[in-house]
Structures are given as structure tokens and as C-alpha cells.
Design a protein around this ligand. Structure first.
Ligand code: 5RP
Length: 226
């Protein structure tokens, strides 16, 4: 089964976590976009929820589908968030940020009671790190942080947009894509990155996911945090 069909199947499976009256965090990326599309269909059929989007892109998609949106000013806690991931290991640790929304995604995840990840089977890995780890940095600090991460053993690339200019996040920061190859100690690396002045956020999401729904062909495999 093609990845796109698996992404849609995982998104469909996540709908059962959404209940009337809830505040729902809306992830970012192509898998999350399937979820937002399907959620919009449920809203048209009468589901009453309010969404908090994790990016301008997802906000635009949700608004276009008639999903009512709200903010942390009104609701500082989210009942359930559904989002995608770039890699997931057996301890439900994630790499996120391939779509450039890691900062807002992590804030949304941190304010969420039930954090549900949806993915096609290709995202499941034994060891995190094949996918370049996104690190969001303030512009001023970029060369300094780049050097420090390079010294940790990663190949570091400043993310560029389609015009070849530095990619800007929703918060107007840069992203460094860091190829570590194998991340043998994700919590240790997370601490090292968070301790670097100028790093706004990194794409290691540890201890955040409650449920991961992998689509493998026609089957949905559900993993829960222990
Ligand atoms: C965006 C993300 C995405 O969830 C992640 O990149 C997965 O994207 P996709 O579903 O398109 O594979 O973290 O910042």
C-alpha cells in the first residue's frame, strides 16, 4: 500500500480519540493534513470541537474546512492533539520538525492531555537519527550553534526554502537540519541542545506521545506509552 493511503488510514483511525466538546490540537505535515481534512468532514456532520493549530499552514487548512479555531488565551489546555512524526522508536520517542513546525508543535504537545501520533510504517525505526534532526535557532546565533552541533559529530545544514533562501519558521527563526546518523542517547542529546544559547527548540519529542497509530498496509498497529 502506498504511503499516502497509509497516512490517510492512520488519520482515519485517530478520529475515535476525538469527542464532542473537546479542544483539539492540530498537527502539521502531510499526515496531519489528512487528519484535518477528515476532522473537517466530521465537523460538517455536526461534531462540536475547537481546534488549536500548530502552524499557519494547518490554521489555514482548518479555517478553510470550517473547523472553529481557538487559542491558548481562551483554552490553555488541549484535550487531544493528533500530529505526524518523522521517526518513532519503540519507546515512542520522536523526531519531528521535517515540516518546519517543531516549536509550535512541541508547545501544543506540552499543553495536551492525550498526544496521538499518526504515521505510515516507514516512520518506525529501531534507533532515531537517520532522519536529520531539525533544530530551530534564532538567526543571530546560527553560526555559533551550527559549530557547536558540528562538534557533537553531526553534519549540519541550514534549511533553505524553494527560492534558495534560509527557511523561516512561523516564529521567524532558522532551522538547522542535523545528521547524527544514530542517536544513541536521545535524552542526553536533547539536554545538550537545549543548553545551547540560541537554540529555541529541537525536534526530539521524548516522553510526550501517549499513543502512536502506525498504518501498515490495511492494518493499524497501536502502540501506547508504558
Ligand atoms: C512538521 C512535522 C511533521 O509532523 C513531520 O515532518 C511528518 O510530516 P509528514 O506527515 O508530512 O511525513 O513534524 O514539523
Amino acid at each position: 500500500m502506498a504511503h499516502e493511503q497509509e497516512k490517510e488510514a492512520a488519520a482515519r483511525a485517530s478520529l475515535r480519540f476525538i469527542k464532542n466538546g473537546q479542544i483539539v490540537g492540530l498537527g502539521t505535515g502531510s499526515t496531519a493534513a489528512y487528519f484535518i481534512q477528515l476532522l473537517g468532514e466530521q465537523v460538517k456532520k455536526g461534531l462540536k470541537i475547537r481546534g488549536i493549530p500548530s502552524s499557519g499552514r494547518s490554521a489555514e487548512q482548518a479555517a478553510g474546512l470550517g473547523i472553529p479555531l481557538t487559542t491558548f488565551d481562551e483554552f490553555p489546555e488541549i484535550d487531544v492533539t493528533v500530529d505526524g512524526a518523522d521517526e518513532v522508536d519503540s519507546q515512542l520517542r520522536l523526531i519531528k520538525g521535517g515540516g518546519g513546525a517543531l516549536l509550535r508543535e512541541k508547545i501544543v504537545a506540552s499543553a495536551t492531555r492525550q498526544y496521538v501520533i499518526i504515521a505510515d510504517e516507514s516512520k518506525r525505526v529501531a534507533v532515531l537519527g537517520k532522519f536529520p534532526l531539525p533544530v530551530e535557532v534564532i538567526k543571530f546565533a546560527q553560526p555559533v550553534v551550527e559549530r557547536k552541533i558540528h562538534r557533537l559529530g553531526a553534519q549540519v545544514d541550514l534549511r533553505l526554502d524553494s527560492a534558495g533562501k534560509p527557511y523561516l519558521t512561523d516564529e521567524n527563526n532558522y532551522i538547522l537540519d542535523c545528521r547524527f546518523g544514530r542517536i544513541s542517547d536521545p535524552p542526553g542529546l536533547a539536554r545538550q541542545l537545549s543548553d545551547m544559547p540560541g537554540v529555541v527548540e529541537h525536534g526530539l519529542f521524548i516522553g510526550m506521545a501517549n499513543v502512536v497509530l502506525f498504518a501498515r498496509g490495511n492494518e493499524i498497529v497501536e502502540l501506547r506509552a508504558g
